[in-house]
Write a protein that binds this ligand. Sequence first.
Ligand code: GRF
Length: 221
Amino acid sequence: MDRRSFPRPVRPGQFRVAVLASGTGTNLQAILDKVHGRDGIEVVAVASNNREAIALERAAAAGIETDVFDRPSYPDREARDYAIAEWLAKRRVDLIVLAGYMELMSSAFVARFRNRIVNVHPALLPSFPGLAAVQQALDHGVKVTGVTVHFVDEGVDSGPIIVQRAVEVPPSREWQELEDRIHAVEHELLPEVVRLIAAGSVRVDGDNARVVTVAPDSSGR
Ligand code: GRF
C-alpha cells in the first residue's frame, strides 16, 4: 500500500509553520509554548482577518512576523486568499495551521496547499461541523463530544481526520465549563499534531485519501 507523508518539508532541517487566527489565540499560544523553536519547528508567520485579534499580540510578543488580511481591503474571498497565499509562499511555509480562523478558505487556496493545511475543530467530526460546535453538541444532548484536528479540504470541516480526542460533557451542561474542557484538550492535541507532521509521522493512505495514519513516535514522547 502506498503511504505518503504529508507535508514534506521544503528544506530539510527546518519545518516552517504559519498560523492563521481570528481571535484570542490560545491555540497559537499553545503552539508557541510547546513546539516553536524545538525539533526544527519554527512558527515564522501569523496572519489574521481581524486586526484586533489578540493572537497578533501573542505573535508579536514572540517576535514573529504578522500581517492582517481583512475583508474590506479585498474585492472578494478569492483575491484575499490569493494575497494570503502569496504572503505564505514567500515565507516558504511547510504547514499552515488554522487555529480559530473564522473564514472559509477558497478552493484555489486549498488546492495550492493541499495536505499542508490543518484545522482544529471543537467537536468530534463529522458531528457538529461549522460555527458554534460546542453549543450544537449541548443542544443535541450528547454526553461525549471532543476535539478534531483535520486536514482542510474544500468543504466545511470535512477534510481527512488526523487525530480526535473525546471530552465528556460535564454534569452542569454549562457552555463555559465544556468550552474550558475542550480548550484544554485542544492545547494538547494541536501542538502534538504539528510535532508529528514535522517529524513525518502523519501519512495519508494511498488507497483511501480520507484515511490518515499517525505512526508511532520514534522520539518516545
Ligand atoms: C477553538 O475552540 C477552535 O477549536 C475553534 O476556534 C477556537 C479558537 O480558540 N476553531 P483560540 O482563539 O485559539 O483561543
